[in-house]
Design a protein around this ligand. Structure first.
Ligand code: ADP
Ligand code: MG
Length: 319
């Protein structure tokens, strides 16, 4: 007999609650009841992943689930928030218990890694789609936003850029020969920079996570902050694996334009430069200085020689 909706939720999504996670009432009632420490504010964000749009049809359900939660956690990282809980709205074409077993195991392993338990959701029938809502917290007034950058601030990025674009190219059979599994891993298992976001809360003037490509997402910072930016394309952090796979020119264009890396792009005012340096020297933060915020409201790419370089990259647009 096929599993009914409630048995499905019970079997695949209900997990024991640990007492220290602020869950007064979890999965099973009409709503969850959650509790934050008294001086904290809620930071909430939601993202939908649709089969065929955000991941290939027939992809491994464990990977889909892990990626879905990771990309949502990345939004909390960009706000400098600590993850607390998440909700899952799942639309399934049918009840496939093997699929659900792998999906729920992928989901709960990431939930455990980031101490962010599932506290509710919705389950419906239709084309496969996954909507996750993450709930995080931050001390009142301490969040990072897109709007705080000022002329003279340095622009930084965590990690390396373009790798997930390489992973996507492999899956789509473009550009890359077999044998670059680390690039595929960067697409499927992006690292939400939660720890970095918490550190940057006291250091950065603005931050965003790079989901649509550096130029598109840094573009959001300069628009929200009403400033301009100059990026030195010779400073972009790129993995040796990506350069091996596609060469320097393509790697640079993907570092600027391909999305899905979920690194943080952030800006730092001169008076916080030393504090940032200290975090980097102590190995608490891996980040690269790639440019400067300027007063004039445009985004310009230059090389080290100072030549302006054109990269016609708009980032991914759904409509
Ligand atoms: P209602 O009919 O009141 O909206 P539901 O039948 O949708 O309630 O859900 C029953 C309980 O199961 C609720 O606590 C809901 O949060 C939880 N739930 C439903 N679907 C999921 C899911 N995919 N993951 C986690 N919890 C879920
Ligand atoms: Mg309800």
């Amino acid at each position: 007999m096929p599993l009914d909706e409630f048995a499905l939720i019970q079997r695949y999504f209900s997990r024991p609650i640990s007492p220290d996670q602020g869950i007064v009432l979890g999965i099973g009632d009409d709503g969850a009841v959650l509790k934050l420490p008294s001086n904290e504010q809620i930071v909430v964000s939601t993202d939908t992943l649709i089969e065929g749009v955000h991941f290939p049809a027939q992809a491994d359900p464990e990977k889909i689930a892990g990626r879905a939660l990771r990309v949502n956690l990345s939004d909390l990282a960009a706000m400098g928030a600590r993850p607390c809980w998440f909700l899952l709205a799942l639309t399934l074409p049918d009840v496939d218990e093997n699929w659900l077993t792998d999906f729920s195991s992928g989901l709960s392993s990431v939930a455990e890694e980031f101490a962010c338990p599932l506290v509710g959701g919705d389950t419906t029938r239709g084309q496969l789609s996954i909507t996750i809502t993450v709930i995080g917290s931050s001390p009142a007034g301490a969040v990072l936003t897109r709007s705080g950058a000022q002329a003279g601030d340095a622009i930084w990025v965590t990690g390396s850029l373009g790798d997930a674009g390489g992973g996507l190219a492999i899956m789509e059979g473009r550009a890359i020969e077999a044998g670059h599994d680390d690039l595929l891993t960067r697409f499927w298992r992006p690292s939400p920079r939660i720890r970095e976001g918490l550190i940057l809360r006291n250091i950065a003037s603005a931050a965003i996570d790079i989901s649509d490509g550096l130029l598109a997402d840094l573009g959001h910072i300069i628009k929200a902050s009403d400033v301009g930016a100059e990026v030195n394309i010779d400073l972009l952090p790129q993995s040796s694996s990506l350069i091996d796979a596609v060469g320097k020119v393509t790697a640079t264009s993907w570092a600027l334009g391909a999305g899905d890396d979920y690194e943080l792009c952030f800006t730092v005012a001169p008076n916080n430069a030393a504090a940032l340096d200290k975090q980097i020297v102590e190995g608490l933060l891996m980040a690269t200085h790639i440019g400067q915020i300027v007063a004039e409201g445009r985004l310009i790419c230059k090389d080290t020689g100072g030549c302006v370089r054109d990269f016609p990259v708009a980032g991914y647009q759904h409509f």
